[in-house]
Design a protein around this ligand. Structure first.
Ligand code: ZN
Length: 367
């Protein structure tokens, strides 16, 4: 039995945020259009991983839906009720830009269930690594508010569940192109969970994920935001990883690594303005696995978040899967369209963000 686990569930792909232009629902001035956050696109990613034989390196696990006890680790009972009621009605918004259909409440419970179970089994040693390819995503969901396609905060709940299971220090690394405001909110004053977000500066939510947001109270220094300017590519992400993420994580010394592994920082994603390729995601995922091996007994769980390029998302998920399985980066039929853009090199204004954090963030300055 392969020691790497793949968690997914068919019902996660039945969640559908409805018709709209991009992320904007149909309404005044907005014509109906196929929503680009369509979850069957993620099923295609799983299909590619299987078709090229990489799924053979994983033990596939069908998760159980999370119980209220798990959801309540992060969310209020009123929030859970809102998601359940909106979903039971078959249509509507469970929060802010968080539309649901009849299957959404169960899909969201299965997404959380996958993350909690994967984390628990990795802690128990059943698996040494896991990849949860689930929807809906989670990192924007706050304690009492669904937001931007996110109903329950999958990764934050998994981190709390790990702490409940006795894990001392947890790293949550979030490389989704948007800022994970919900994860940050959950752990902003918690010194035992380091939240690191690499995201596009000023994208979403507005004024969230600034360099000065470093945690508060006992948690001062255990939030690290790396807001890279729009247009950042492979070398900017490498600089953030090597110069900021790796030293910060070594200073924190986590016992478990959770990765909010959205793929919407790719150069083909309609939601972001970054230039990452499959090689970027493979490199980052490999580096995080190596950090987990070095510091956390190899215990690492990847969780899918955003990803809106119907054609490129499968290759990006495959790249992460290859890294988790210890395989080289996969063939990428789209790489030629991104790899040689001049913007893939580190630009001066991007390097300034890295250098500012190197000289100001408590985890990196030791203050
Ligand atoms: Zn995103």
């Amino acid at each position: 039995m392969p020691a790497r686990a793949w968690y997914s569930h068919e019902l996660c792909f039945w969640h559908d945020p409805g018709s709209g232009a991009g992320y904007v629902p149909v309404g005044p001035g907005v014509e109906p259009l196929r929503q680009f956050a369509v979850d069957p696109d993620l099923r295609r990613a799983e299909g590619l991983v299987r078709a090229v034989g990489v799924m053979d390196h994983f033990t596939q696990v069908t998760p159980r839906p999370a119980k209220d006890d798990d959801l309540l680790l992060v969310h209020t009972s009123e929030h859970i009720e809102r998601v359940e009621v909106a979903s039971a009605l078959g249509d509507g918004d469970a929060g802010v830009y968080a539309r649901v259909n009849y299957h959404s409440a169960m899909a969201a419970r299965l997404a959380v269930g996958a993350c909690v179970e994967a984390t628990s089994e990795v802690i128990a040693g059943t698996f040494d690594r896991a990849y949860c390819v689930v929807r809906p995503p989670g990192h924007h969901a706050e304690a009492d508010r669904a937001m931007a396609l996110c109903l329950y905060n999958n990764v934050a709940i998994a981190a709390r569940a790990a702490r409940r299971q006795g894990v001392g220090r947890v790293l949550v690394l979030d490389w989704d192109v948007h800022h994970g405001n919900g994860i940050q909110q959950a752990f902003y004053s918690d010194p035992d969970v380091l939240y690191v977000s690499v995201h596009q500066d000023g994208l979403f939510p507005p004024a969230s994920g600034l360099v000065g947001e470093i945690g508060s109270g006992a948690g001062r220094g255990t939030t690290l935001n790396i807001p890279l300017p729009a247009g950042s590519g492979h070398e900017a992400y490498c600089a953030a990883l090597r110069r900021l993420v790796e030293p910060a994580v070594r200073a924190f010394a986590p016992e478990l690594v959770l990765v909010a592994a959205g793929v919407d920082a790719s150069g083909h994603d309609p939601m972001g303005r970054m230039l990452c390729t499959s090689q970027t995601f493979h490199l980052m995922a490999t580096a995080l696995c190596e950090l987990a091996d070095e510091l956390a007994g190899g215990r690492i769980v990847f969780v899918h978040e955003g990803g809106y390029s119907a054609w490129y998302q499968p290759t990006l998920v495959l790249a992460i899967a290859c890294a988790v399985a210890g395989l080289p980066a996969p063939a990428d039929p789209f790489l030629h369209s991104l790899a040689h853009l001049p913007g893939q090199q580190l630009q001066l204004h991007q390097r300034r963000v890295v250098e500012h954090l190197l000289t100001h963030h408590p985890l990196l300055t030791g203050t």
